[in-house]
Design a protein around this ligand. Structure first.
Ligand code: NAD
Ligand code: TYD
Length: 350
């Protein structure tokens, strides 16, 4: 029996974590706390929302009174903290919002756990979900390990790095049982189409230009989102308190090669002539301070928890494309209104 608070559970990764926990652990109580920003969508959880061990609380991690009440009402004994502003391009437009949500929000949540648990730390865990981007950019041939110095280079990664430091500080200063994991780029169903893969799938579908930043030479290490959720499960249950785990897919792709691959897959699926979608590729002004490469050494989580990525990129991408094509209503819904205005604004000067 556990009573777990999952923050950001209506977002992309959070919804997969919630789904995994409510279905695999029927004896656990799972409380999804989410503010439902543009990135949070309860449609992501429609298939599990009726389960008796699932509860939703709409609210803000910045709201101390609300957090105190949730901890008390559900007798929370574990936290998996995913709520965050998560998009680098948005962080370049509004860094303060990232500091408020990701740094102050995390501190408020840490404080709420510390107060609620009041020194009775046995069986408690505060698990903070972070990102490989806190390590900065990886030189060719090198990989981020858990001891690689933190060197964030965008407002998003700076806010995540800062929140990581506060988590460590609460562990060190107050004995709060914490664990942190830092994962590489995720992809899969329910990802908001401002991130590379769903944005390209959506634009290919609509025959819109495919905006590749710079020359498309930047490299990311892609992991299927359900593999990340599985790693979170393993670390939550058997990770060593007070430590950090890196998670990655050992699957590095240059953006341009990935976009071309998506074009090929979608030409086939949509019955288009080979090469038709690739004609939509448009090189646009680069992202300022664009990190060249992220690359994770995941050997610690593999050797300590037995986790390993199970979904090959071929299969994961195909599943992802199929999901977006089958769920065009979801796509149309999340790309209407506010997002359309954002899209025009973000890409107008590129
Ligand atoms: P997302 O943007 O899809 O979802 C974030 C969720 O947090 C949304 O549901 C949103 O409504 C909620 N939220 C935002 N501000 C909130 C607040 N003040 N109070 C309560 N809820 C709030 O993000 P994601 O891609 O699912 O990422 C989840 C976490 O994983 C983030 O912490 C991110 O830094 C980390 N991460 C993401 C990736 C990736 O590739 N997407 C990789 C590594 C780590
Ligand atoms: P993104 O999905 O925003 O993730 P992150 O920046 O956190 O790694 O972007 C992945 C890569 O794709 C990154 O190198 C930026 C690039 N990119 C484009 O070339 N065009 C786009 O429209 C987007 C959104 C990203």
């Amino acid at each position: 029996m556990r009573k777990i608070l999952i923050t950001g559970g209506a977002g992309f990764i959070g919804s997969h974590v919630v789904r995994r926990f409510v279905t695999r652990y029927p004896s656990y109580t799972i409380v999804n706390l989410d503010k439902l920003t543009y990135a949070g969508n309860l449609e992501n959880l429609r298939d599990v929302e009726g389960l008796p061990n699932y509860h939703f609380e709409k609210g803000d991690i910045l709201n101390v009174r609300f957090l105190t009440d949730v901890f008390k009402r559900y007798e929370i004994d574990g936290v998996i903290h995913l709520a965050a502003e998560s998009h680098v391009d948005r962080s370049l437009h509004n860094p303060a919002e990232f500091a408020v949500t990701n740094v102050i929000g995390t501190i408020q949540l840490l404080n709420a756990a510390l107060t609620a648990w009041d020194g009775a730390f046995q069986g408690k865990l505060f698990y903070h979900i972070s990102t490989d981007e806190v390590y900065g950019t990886a030189a060719p041939g090198t990989y981020f390990t858990e001891t690689t110095p933190i060197d964030p280079r965008s407002p998003y990664s700076a806010s995540k790095a800062s929140s990581d430091h506060f988590v460590t500080a609460f562990n060190n200063s107050y004995g709060l049982p914490t664990v942190i994991s830092r994962c590489s780029n995720n992809y899969g169903p329910y990802q908001f189409p401002e991130k590379l893969i769903p944005l390209m799938i959506n634009n290919i579908r609509l025959r819109k230009p495919l905006p590749v930043y710079g020359e498309g030479e930047n490299i990311r290490d892609w992991l299927y989102v359900e593999d990340h959720a599985c790693a979170i499960d393993k670390i939550f249950h058997s990770g060593e308190v007070g430590t950090v785990y890196n998670i990655g897919g050992n699957n590095e792709w240059k953006n341009i090669d990935l976009v071309k691959l998506l074009c090929r897959i979608m030409d086939q699926k949509l019955g288009r002539e080979e090469g038709e979608s690739a004609k939509l590729i448009t090189f646009v002004k680069d992202r300022p301070g664009h990190d060249l490469r992220y690359a994770i050494d995941a050997s610690k989580v593999i050797s300590e928890t037995g986790w390993r990525p199970e979904t090959s990129f071929d299969i994961g991408l195909e599943k992802t494309v199929d999901w977006y094509l089958a769920n065009d209503a979801w796509l149309n819904h999340v790309t209407s209104g506010e997002y359309l205005r954002y899209y025009e604004e973000m890409y107008k000067n590129r």
